[in-house]
Design a protein around this ligand. Structure first.
Ligand SMILES: [Zn+2]
Length: 385
């Protein structure tokens, strides 16, 4: 018999606001979410009273440099791998790792191996194949084969566009990568999505619009990130977001206060201008270096993003006076849970429902921090309840 846990009296956001619920977990899975589950006297059942504390699905980070990144200021500025503990401390139970700028001296294999390590430690982890560069570096020699054949690979990225560190792909080069990702996704039963790094050298979304108009590629093939990196890109994102997905980066705040749109502010502005909530996601970009260059191209600043930024921005939205009740708070939770799992076709993730993986984030009483994280039904290396 597998261990069972009954969590009583949680205030549950599934991410929809359900009110007080009991959650029954068997092994790695949630098997029931009901108003009241009476607890049989089984020896193998642990019963925990959550005393109305808020419970979210474990957060999903769709863009994190798990194997390190950076190096724009020379070898000494390469960043380290992101540790399992740092991710869990941020309330994140599922990650999608990416390579980043350095597809030259770093490899997709190292990202894959780090994802395997995180899985072994108990977390759920997938990756994108490729890097900033086009054509992208891969493991098997093609984007399609990587996605179709390697279980952990669900898409390609982050492909850089409109950035001085990108390879400035032509529309034909760009479409080739999109199509490879799409076909690999079809073969492998995956999202086959392209995670796009938006730089500041706009126009931000031109390549995507051209791919859609010229070849009939669908908007849901793209997940562009760093939409809040500066006001110009963000204004373009407000228009684009009515058609396609828009991902906001959390870990760059507050390092670039003069240019960046704070993620929690971006959330409200998106909604105010009519971007559907289903299109909005947030991710950390943690582990990546956040470089700033002067007008001559010299590196003047380099900082590193942290996983806990996702939870921080989520809570900054929830405590904002524009959030009137728990149902509105649930919309914010959706951007880091069920929206991400739907877009990336991770069906058992991002929701608190029977059949889903038991990934839970339990807040502390005053909702200022995290009391406990469950990853696939297990406590992520933390103190027990
Ligand atoms: Zn990026």
């Amino acid at each position: 018999m597998q261990p069972m846990t009954l969590l009583k009296n949680g205030t549950v956001f599934s991410p929809q606001y359900l009110g007080t619920r009991d959650i029954l977990i068997a092994g790695r899975k949630i098997i029931a979410v009901e108003q009241e589950i009476t607890s049989p006297h089984w020896d193998y059942l642990e019963v925990i009273d959550l005393e109305k504390q808020w419970v979210f699905p474990g957060l999903i980070d769709s863009h994190i440099h798990i194997a390190g990144a950076g190096g724009e200021g020379g070898p000494a500025t390469r960043t380290a791998e992101v540790s399992f503990d740092a991710i869990i401390e941020g309330g994140i139970t599922t990650v999608i790792g990416c390579l980043g700028t350095d597809g030259i001296t770093r490899t997709v294999e190292s990202v894959l191996m780090k994802a395997k390590a995180l899985r072994q430690q108990g977390m759920s982890a997938w990756i994108y194949t490729g890097s900033y560069q086009v054509p992208p570096p891969t493991i098997t020699g093609s984007v399609s084969r990587d996605i179709a054949l390697i279980e952990e690979v669900i898409g390609a990225g982050e492909i850089a566009i409109a950035d001085h560190r990108s390879t400035y792909p032509t529309i034909n080069e760009f479409i080739k990568v999109v199509q490879e990702a799409k076909v690999g996704g079809l073969m492998g039963g995956k999202a086959g999505i392209l995670n796009i790094h938006l730089g500041e050298n706009g126009p931000s979304f031109d390549l995507i619009y051209q791919a859609v108009e010229r070849e009939g590629i669908r908007f849901n093939q793209f997940l562009p990130t760093h939409c809040n990196r500066c006001r110009e890109v963000f204004e373009d994102s407000k228009i684009y977001g009515k058609k396609g997905y828009v991902d906001v980066t959390t870990s760059a705040y507050p390092y670039f206060p003069d240019s960046e749109v704070k993620p929690s502010v971006a959330f409200f502005e998106f909604l105010d201008c009519g971007v559907p909530i289903e299109h909005i996601t947030m991710s950390t970009d943690a582990g990546g270096s956040l470089p700033e260059f002067d007008k001559d191209g010299n590196l003047v600043k380099l900082v590193q993003g942290s996983p806990v930024s996702l939870f921080r921005e989520l809570m900054d939205i929830i405590v904002d006076k524009r959030i009137k009740d728990e149902h509105q708070a649930a919309m914010a939770v959706q951007t880091v849970t069920s929206n991400v799992s739907r877009i990336l076709k991770l069906e058992t993730k991002g929701r608190i429902a029977p059949g889903c993986d038991a990934d839970l984030l339990i807040l502390n009483k005053d909702r200022t921090g995290i009391r406990h994280v469950l990853c696939n039904g297990a406590s992520g290396g933390q103190k027990p309840f």
